[in-house]
Design a protein around this ligand. Structure first.
Ligand SMILES: Nc1ncnc2c1ncn2[C@@H]1O[C@H](COP(=O)(O)OP(=O)(O)O)[C@@H](O)[C@H]1O
Ligand SMILES: Cc1ncc(C[n+]2csc(CCOP(=O)(O)OP(=O)(O)O)c2C)c(N)n1
Ligand SMILES: [Mg+2]
Length: 326
């Protein structure tokens, strides 16, 4: 592969995967978390996520909201695996000139989320940088032994489900970028708030663990992350665009010209995406999940991946979601 054709996934695959060796804790670096046997009652589920100003949030975003988003984007991985979070470590690289009061804002945000979700800070590192603000967090969760879900495990015939509205964070990003969406002032506040503080559902962790066969969070975009799940399982996932749950704000924006494809490829959702058999899907729907598609076996010439369908036709999508160019 030439020097300018890499993205995060090819770098992880080519450069980092060999370092994981056969360690079962690493899950081959194809899952979102590491899983480590802790004691006779628990496995530890560990997730790390970084956020960089200008890439994941705006340079002028209030730092309490940056801290809260960092906690939530990381918690979403832990919850999707069916684990209960209990602690975290933190790395902050502060641009020179960041004031004490800005750092206090950041800590205030952390305190709100850690109190809400039941975590304590276990350690970390604090450094300065000539670059933009960079913050990174590792969260530790617990599950009963052998019960951590993986993005592996989906089978042909399974249903695909999501835990909530898709596209809210993306709409918030568009609003903050000044795009006309035609939504009311109240709806604009809601979508901007979804961008800064994505909805996460720790209350669903045990339900997912009990009823899903495969599960992950949606960060890069519904279609991209379904594609990751499909490839890991060597299956086809067919998403019915008409079944994807969207808010009134999203429907208004689509009425004003926004393409529905953008909503399912925009990312910043942090909802749970899971696959379940019929009985599991019924239980998940009873708990508030939405059924949005199906898992299919591969015929000889079809590659694994996720496809978007609407009204009986496949929709051609050029970019399925966000990937960091590297
Ligand atoms: N720098 C790295 N070193 C080791 N593992 C990495 C690195 N970057 C990503 N990974 C691993 O690659 C996999 C895919 O990463 P990613 O798509 O970012 O997951 P997530 O969406 O859950 O953050 C995960 O297992 C993650 O732990
Ligand atoms: C200012 C700004 N521009 C663009 C985006 C969109 N965006 C940036 S990264 C990303 C995907 C998720 O980030 P990533 O680091 O890939 O998270 P992970 O999949 O590792 O959890 C998206 C949708 C954003 N959130 N903020
Ligand atoms: Mg990542």
């Amino acid at each position: 592969m030439s020097e300018h054709q890499h993205d995060e996934f090819s770098i992880i695959d080519q450069l980092f995967k060999p370092l994981a060796g056969l360690a079962k804790e690493a899950r081959g670096l194809i899952d979102d978390v590491a899983v480590i046997a802790a004691d006779s009652h628990h496995d530890l589920v560990i997730s790390t996520d970084a956020m960089v100003a200008g890439i994941h949030f705006f340079e002028n975003d209030p730092l309490d909201l940056v801290a809260r988003k960092l906690m939530r984007v990381n918690l979403s991985d832990i919850i999707a695996k069916g684990a209960i979070p209990y602690g975290y470590t933190l790395v902050t690289a502060w641009p020179r000139g960041t004031t004490y009061s800005e750092k206090q804002d950041f800590v205030r945000g952390l305190k709100i989320e850690q109190d809400r979700f039941g975590l304590d800070l276990f350690g970390g590192d604090t450094v300065s940088t000539y670059g933009p603000l960079h913050v990174s967090m590792t969260i530790f969760g617990r599950v009963p032994p052998g019960r951590a879900l993986s993005r592996l495990g989906a089978r042909p015939g399974d249903k695909l489900l999501v835990s909530g509205y898709i596209g809210q964070g993306y709409l918030g990003l568009k609003a903050l970028q000044g795009e006309f969406l035609g939504v009311t002032h109240a709806d604009e506040n809601d979508i901007i708030s979804a961008y800064h503080l994505p909805e996460i559902r720790p209350d669903l962790a045990v339900c997912v663990r009990d009823h899903a066969r495969a599960s992950m969070d949606i960060s890069d975009g519904l279609l991209a992350d379904a594609d990751h799940m499909a490839r890991a399982n060597k299956i086809m996932i067919r998403i019915d665009l008409n079944k994807v749950p969207t808010s009134l704000a999203a429907r208004t924006a689509m009425g004003a010209g926004l393409s529905p494809v953008e909503l399912v490829t925009g990312g910043d959702d942090y909802q749970i995406l899971c696959a379940a058999d019929d009985a599991g899907a019924r239980a998940l729907v009873m708990s508030g999940f939405y059924e949005i598609g199906t898992c299919l076996g591969l015929s000889d010439d079809t590659p694994a991946g996720a496809e978007l369908w609407a009204d009986g036709r496949r929709i051609d999508v050029a970019t399925k979601g966000y990937s960091h160019p590297l």
